[in-house]
Write a protein that binds this ligand. Sequence first.
Ligand SMILES: NC(=O)c1ccc[n+]([C@@H]2O[C@H](COP(=O)([O-])OP(=O)(O)OC[C@H]3O[C@@H](n4cnc5c(N)ncnc54)[C@H](O)[C@@H]3O)[C@@H](O)[C@H]2O)c1
Length: 276
Amino acid sequence: MEGFAGKVAVVTGAGSGIGQALAIELGRSGAHVAISDVDTEGLAVTEERLKAIGAQVKADRLNVTEREAFLLYADNVAEHFGKVNQIYNNAGIAFTGDVEITQFKDIERVMDVDFWGVVNGTKAFLPHLIASGDGHVVNVSSVFGLFSVPGQAAYNSAKFAVRGFTEALRQEMGLAGHPVKVSCVHPGGIKTAIARNAEAAEGIDAEELAKTFDKKLASTTPEKAAQVILDGVRKNKARILIGNDAKMFEIVIRALGASYQSVFPKAVARLTPKSK
Ligand SMILES: NC(=O)c1ccc[n+]([C@@H]2O[C@H](COP(=O)([O-])OP(=O)(O)OC[C@H]3O[C@@H](n4cnc5c(N)ncnc54)[C@H](O)[C@@H]3O)[C@@H](O)[C@H]2O)c1
């Protein structure tokens, strides 16, 4: 994979899964990479792998919900490498629980990481991306940013919000004539630790959910996901769909319109394990 030689790319949540694979693929393509995560052990693994392929790497512990730290971090990265071309706002968490039994704090936590983390990263890096003369914002939503399913209201809210924010930003950059491209990524099921790291509302068997996700839903490897994302970035795609599942869902949703809401609950119920 070529095409990013000399570019400076920032990846959040780079200690695992899609973020780790993205960082490595970017390093292979010749980019200098600034990686961050709250999981410093996973981050160290990514850092070592990047060094092993000879990539220039800067690794930092960063919690994407901490706005002031994110703003400082953006300035540090720009100073370290002399410029910043791309930000991949990838860090994210999952949560399962019907609205009726989910606590406010759980919805807020998901919004904080999955939505506000993306807003923080975008706004912190936007001035640097504009200044670079060749910038790209890549925000990771989900297929759950295209349609909702029962039990995912918190995650759906955050991922729909990421999509709304990102699609508005793309149009704004075009209208303003800024040299910044913008892409929104919608992965289907990717074989990562996301479900194993996820929490759930009281009474829901999170372990069983994770097993179901790993066995039945996660079909694409993170390496493949990273390649699809970078290909979409090269082509300046507005919407990057990952996996046949994501592509199929997008077609079904477009065909069904709002009436998907009467078709999906039964399918989801079949995949969701009974409560403890
Ligand atoms: N795996 C999937 O099937 C799938 C599908 C659609 C969307 N996504 C999205 O892809 C992105 C990456 O997820 P993944 O599947 O690689 O999961 P993952 O759990 O393997 O990796 C997520 C990484 O984000 C980090 N992280 C979590 N909270 C953080 C915070 N507050 N600050 C900084 N880092 C934080 C974690 O430590 C972890 O290293 C997420 O935004 C997720 O919602 C994943």
